[in-house]
Design a protein around this ligand. Sequence first.
Ligand code: IPE
Ligand code: IPE
Ligand code: MG
Ligand code: MG
Ligand code: MG
Length: 278
Amino acid sequence: LPGERVRPKRLLESMRYATLGGGKRFRPFLVVESASLFGVPRERSLMAGAALECIHCYSLVHDDLPAMDNDDLRRGRPTTHKKFDQATAILAGDSLLTLAFDIASRVETHPDPAIRAALVIALARASGLGGMAGGQMLDLAAEGRFGDAARLGLADVEELQAMKTGALLRFGCLAGAILGEAKEGERQALDRFGAIVGEAFQIADDLLDVEGDPATVGKATGKDAGAHKATTVSILGVERAKQKLFGLVAEAETTLAPFGARAGILKAAARFVAERRA
Ligand code: IPE
Ligand code: IPE
Ligand code: MG
Ligand code: MG
Ligand code: MG
């Protein structure tokens, strides 16, 4: 993100606030680690990771808006619309979304334009109608906003979570394979790994909403139950949701078999997703 000299200063400040103030940076971590399996230079995978983190942070800024989850706290600080105002937060999200594609398209991300185009298409699909944004729409339905949430079964919740959360984490792993020009089997293994980690990530988030400590997670808890929202946890209960979560971690580790010992850090990342407290 450019420094002080860029106008409008307030918009730039809100974009910096939304992206640079903490957060686990787990999605860029996945890009860097999956790309490193193929020896991709770190400067390139960091570019793709930064593009993905811009989309993620934009999704959080909009997710927190009063029209959506109406949250005041994020990463232990006021949400972007609380720190600034709603109009600024909407525009910060819009500008981060477009900045992501600016970054992904730059020659520093990969010298081959065909690879950059592949990256851009995959990021667009993970972010839009069939991915995060579409999943966020279905997520509102899971709160009963556009009908009866009680009609949603486990398969519906799995589908919406694969879209709202899974798609971006999956892209993180796929990006490594795209940048690394992976063979088809390796690409598929990383794609599968990303999908499983994505599913696990949202179940862990929903468990933290029930059992987490707001001071540690840095955001309000108890929101899903308050909204009578259909989640894996509300449908299965805490114990069965945890069993499912740890089953997914084991499955994620198995999908990395083609990479042998080189995938040790990605395996640890899958375990981190299930054990995280924030
Ligand atoms: C929160 O994502 C939103 C979900 C998809 C569950 P993270 O837990 O990765 O949020 P930060 O970036 O670390 O704050
Ligand atoms: C948000 O899910 C997923 C996004 C795509 C932003 P949540 O609404 O559960 O995320 P938190 O709990 O606010 O971080
Ligand atoms: Mg939400
Ligand atoms: Mg939310
Ligand atoms: Mg949540």
